[in-house]
Design a protein around this ligand. Structure first.
Ligand code: 8YV
Length: 315
């Protein structure tokens, strides 16, 4: 029996590539010399796409595959998938929720601690000999008992909050509505008001057209010169130009960022800053989680080809 044809947008680790190639005929778009010719040749055969969170599938890809029925995303975020085109052509979309939640929360909290206590430059202080020549490292900022704001109390935001509670932080959150599962945390709907009472502002919202630049110049002004912003969601949730201005002018204290507009290329202004912690979009990047994400993405593909119910549909 011939194997189903799947369009693969980007590479996966070997432990995913092997079972994918065993079960399906994978058409590797990222290896194509000429993307248009490649799609012209295989487009009609394709009924499913395997993609990654930050890669998604845009309208041009969707329209190049007229028999497409499913887009299976390796990632919880599906903002890079053109939902309008999917609705128009009746295409289903799945993602990989839950399996990555705790890793993303772990990294967000680690970024807060690392940046607030200046751990990266403290290591430089040791390695460069400054400890011996100049003495004690400059004092940094306390985390425990500080005020934390969580913008978006979904799965990841909630796990961030649970961890922050362990540091006796005073936790507030903003979302479209008050969450019954967070009775001990203060609900503040307006992001500006949330930022105004926060020392640490976590951005944990699922990105969409509605959340675009939700952290804008006004929010950053409210966060103020003692505030830090931590973004483990998507770059589009923050007005990056306003953030760069705030960091350069030190109208906020610092930022810890795992995501960037146009990543993996960064706005060069970030590279000159001494008040940022820059991470390469790896919040879900542990062996355990990536293996679970790969399996869930494959299981959705298998369910689809076997005519079974999709495990984690988002459309
Ligand atoms: C990426 C992500 O999918 O979950 C998401 O939405 O962006 C990430 O987990 C990951 O970097 C693999 O490409």
């Amino acid at each position: 029996m011939s194997k189903p044809d799947v369009l693969q947008m980007k590479p996966y680790p070997a432990w995913d590539e092997t079972p994918l190639n065993e079960a399906f005929t994978m058409h590797r778009l990222f290896e194509a010399e000429d993307r248009d010719t490649f799609l012209e040749n295989v487009g009609r055969k394709i009924t499913a796409i395997a993609t990654r969170g930050e890669t998604g599938a845009d309208r041009s890809i969707i329209e190049a595959c007229p028999n497409l029925k499913l887009i299976s995303v390796y990632g919880v975020g599906y903002d890079a998938v053109d939902f309008e085109a999917c609705r128009e052509y009746g295409i289903k979309v799945t993602n990989t929720p839950d399996v990555l939640t705790k890793d993303v929360a772990d990294l967000g909290v680690a970024m807060m601690l690392c940046q607030s206590r200046g751990m990266i430059s403290a290591e430089q202080w040791v390695k460069s000999g400054s400890w011996a020549s100049k003495g004690l490292y400059p004092l940094m900022n306390r985390v425990h008992e500080a005020k934390a704001g969580i913008l978006g109390l979904g799965r990841i935001g909630y796990e961030v909050g649970k961890r922050l509670a362990g540091f006796d932080m005073d936790i507030a959150y903003s979302d479209v509505s008050e969450k019954p599962y967070a009775p001990d945390w203060t609900f503040i709907q307006d992001p500006v008001d949330l930022a105004a009472r926060s020392d640490f502002l976590f951005v944990t919202l699922a990105a969409s057209a509605e959340t675009q630049h939700i952290v804008n110049a006004k929010v950053l002004k409210a966060l103020g010169p003692d505030g830090m912003v931590i973004n483990i969601s998507r770059a589009s949730n923050i007005d990056e130009a306003a953030l760069l201005d705030a960091l350069e002018l030190k109208t906020i204290r610092s930022a810890a960022l795992d995501v960037f507009e146009g990543e993996p290329k960064l706005n060069p202004r970030f590279l000159d800053l001494d008040n940022v912690l820059l991470q390469p979009h790896h919040a879900s990047g542990t062996f355990e989680t990536r293996k679970a994400m790969g399996k869930l993405m494959r299981d959705n593909l298998t369910a689809f080809f076997e005519g079974k119910e999709l495990l984690t549909p988002v459309l």
